[in-house]
Design a protein around this ligand. Structure first.
Ligand code: UD1
Length: 339
């Protein structure tokens, strides 16, 4: 089976391509390389022994996307990762976010409908829950008004897919990721943030390697055991594996509804300090950090109820926080060697 992976040279995309190839799927990647590099294709091949097919273009171009789908109407399913994802940037450049994230999805769905391609797995986010009133967050926990245009594109995308499925023969699985971190055990692929990272894990490893002078811990006066904010960090390889299961469920007609939603997390919340402690333990590096004011827009705590994904998908995250932080460190060190 041939699977289209949009954004397949990106962080979660590249790990998913490797897992798909390991299960014998043929992969075709579409990526505009706006936040990734062409070398990722060779790095995927180093792990899997097979270079995926690749086309570079922008999925916001309706004509180009239509031509692509017509040419590749033998695609069995689509996994759609390609999107902008920086919360702060989306506040500054909302139109860029709405244009990119929504038009590309619309063009993909149109291409699927026009060519009889039925199945799509969509990258959604726990951001749709905002700060839930009750924890853990379940798939039926009410979603809250998005705190950023980025978050809003995820909410609207979920609605676009759901609305489209009503009148078109589209079957979808919406995967709500919690906080993906870590890297492939080979340290050949991993997260490649452009410029200064916003996210915690790459900021930690870049500080430890000497690229940044110190980590700023955004707030230690939250209502949590150690005062720092809590998230559900999940190893990117565990996350990638869930995508293969989602594709198998769609193409095997095993879904219970036309559109299904699953949380992808570990079910455990860890504080910023717990992540730092794990990193220091697994790397043996003492991290330079300073406590700062809370970051605007941050929620206090969130973690996933994973029961539904565990029961229905037969999937469970396997890797520990220590495995996440140690693999992220191995990846940062391999990047440093290349530099
Ligand atoms: C946010 C988004 C999420 C998105 C993700 C990746 C929300 C609610 N969440 O996650 O949807 O997928 O970004 O773009 O919009 N921290 C520090 N110092 C740092 C960096 C982070 O202390 O230098 C802290 C943060 O305050 C937070 C935790 O680490 O408590 C995790 O932050 P981050 O990795 O940026 O992810 P989220 O903000 O949870």
């Amino acid at each position: 089976m041939k699977i289209l992976v949009t954004g397949g040279t990106g962080y979660i995309g590249s790990h998913t391509v490797v897992e798909l190839q390991a299960k014998g799927y043929e992969v075709i990647i579409v990526d505009n390389l706006s936040n990734s590099t062409i070398e990722v294709l060779d790095n995927i091949a180093k792990i899997s022994g097979k270079k995926p097919l690749f086309e570079k273009f922008d999925l916001i171009d309706p004509e180009r996307t239509a031509v692509f789908f017509k040419l590749h109407n033998d695609i069995s399913a689509v996994i759609h990762f390609a999107a902008f994802k920086a919360v702060g940037e989306s506040v500054e450049l909302p139109l860029m976010y709405y244009r990119n994230n929504l038009l590309s999805l619309i063009n993909i769905l149109q291409g699927m409908i026009d060519n009889g391609i039925r199945d799509i797995v969509f990258s959604s986010s726990c951001t749709v829950y905002g700060q839930p009133e009750t924890l853990p967050a379940r798939e039926d926990t009410p979603i809250q008004k998005a705190a950023s245009p980025y978050g809003n594109t995820k909410q609207i995308s979920e609605e676009i897919i759901t609305d489209t499925s009503i009148n078109a023969d589209i079957h979808a699985i919406l995967l709500r990721y919690f906080n993906p971190i870590g890297a492939h055990e080979s340290a050949v692929i991993g997260e490649l943030p452009l410029g200064v990272p916003n996210c915690l894990m790459p900021y930690i490893t870049q500080t430890a390697i000497g690229k940044r002078p110190f980590l700023r811990v955004w707030g230690n006066d939250y209502d949590t055991p150690d005062g720092t904010a809590i998230r559900d960090y999940i190893h990117v390889v565990d996350l990638a594996k869930a995508h293969v299961i989602a594709v198998e469920r769609l193409t095997g007609d095993k879904g219970k509804k036309q559109v299904e939603i699953f949380n992808l997390g570990t079910g455990n919340g860890f504080s910023v300090m717990e992540v730092i402690n794990s990193f220091e333990k697994t790397s043996g590096v003492k991290l330079n950090y300073e406590i700062k004011e809370r970051r605007p827009g941050d929620i206090v705590k969130v973690w996933a109820d994973t029961e539904y994904a565990n029961a229905e998908l037969g999937w469970k995250s396997e890797k520990t926080l220590d495995e996440m932080t140690s693999s992220a460190w191995k990846w940062e060190q391999s990047l440093a060697k290349k530099r």
